[in-house]
Design a protein around this ligand. Sequence first.
Ligand code: SF4
Ligand SMILES: [Mg+2]
Length: 443
Amino acid sequence: MEAQETCSYMTHGAVMPFCKGCGHSNILKKLNDAMASLKLDPEDVCLVTDIGCIGLADALFDKVHTVHTTHGRSTGFATGLAVADKVLASRKMKVVVLIGDGGSMIGLLHIVNAALMNVDVTVIIANNFLFGMTGGQQSSLTPEHFVTLTTPFGSMNPSLDICRIADASKGGFIARKIATDKDLTDVMAKAISFDGFSLVEVLELCTEHGTKRNDLKGGMLAQMAEHEGHELGIIKENSLRKEFSRKYESDVQSHTGEIKQPAFIEQESLHNLTKAAGIIISGSAGERVQSSAAMLCEAAVRCGLNTTQKNDNPVTQGSGFSLSEVILSPDEINYTGVSRASYVIISSEAGLKELKAQNIFKRIDNDTVIITDESIELSNNGYNVISLPLRKACGADKATLGAVDYAIRMYGLFPHEVFKKVIEKKFGQYETIFKKEFLTFWF
Ligand code: SF4
Ligand SMILES: [Mg+2]
């Protein structure tokens, strides 16, 4: 372990957690110096780290924002952060990704996409030619003949030139440096201040797995790059393309008037619930199960309730079952699944089959009301079942809607008038939506 002197962006008294001689220490010190040379407000910096030894940087930089992400996805997260900041917030955020060669291989398309977008993100690739944290396995950036845990006789492949990929993806600032280069700080500072996508690949040594197997010294990194045909230095510095948020402003926001604004649902009535009600609605695909649940939710919101709807259906969306779990609650809802059902609606055999497959009958009790089509046979387990000719009276396509309508009328969750208005918006006059029998059977 190496002691680390304190500085403005780093955790006071931080100790580098890396193996002795690991290039990561150098990279992070120089990154810190680069940010300091730019006098960045720590509030306006976000480091996005990837999985791997370099991802341990989070704990070393407690003055700036940090996000530790899943393997390879750091550039994707950074892209989202940068876009959100530039389009919606301060426009000042500098987002810097710290990723290893392994992560950059796993998340290569995120890097390509960030470069294509020209989003204001700096990607620093700590390239020690292998997956260090997991024992020294080969990555796509492992040079030919380089010995790793998984290439004991040397890699048979040449290494990927990620700088050329970034160039082909129209990235504006691209550099390949060595971790011990004196001007690495300046190059990183240039990359961070570049208005658009920038990438700095930094060649370095993993002393635990790289140097032990390859008899390498730092001075040989330049030779390795040359052997691979990989250019060193600042490869490209071209700010001809507009940074993404500026392009967004000119290309998208100029069409703002044409974009349909979301319609907010206004409260128009009061509900009758004193506690949350879980409603499980099941039936067949194509029979408006999930849209009936959505109409129930809309009407509930119009009555001042909080609602959630969790849908399920097989990948073959037009066949098999269709299921919705709805929660209506006067209070905030923190979990979208129904743990105990107040009402269960089963409008077809396919719905029943899926409820059984998902063990949903374990989520009911003696107070649960089960509304089924008369064709459904439930074994006599003491369930509180109301069997109705839903399919006959409402038609197959509106059997579920009829059952929801029935539940609202019979159990007074909120005024039926509101639900009526919601379904009329979609289907026209209420009296003509269902078959005549629906109205005469039950009311
Ligand atoms: S395993 Fe390799 S990359 Fe990880 S800290 Fe040690 S030397 Fe650095
Ligand atoms: Mg690595």
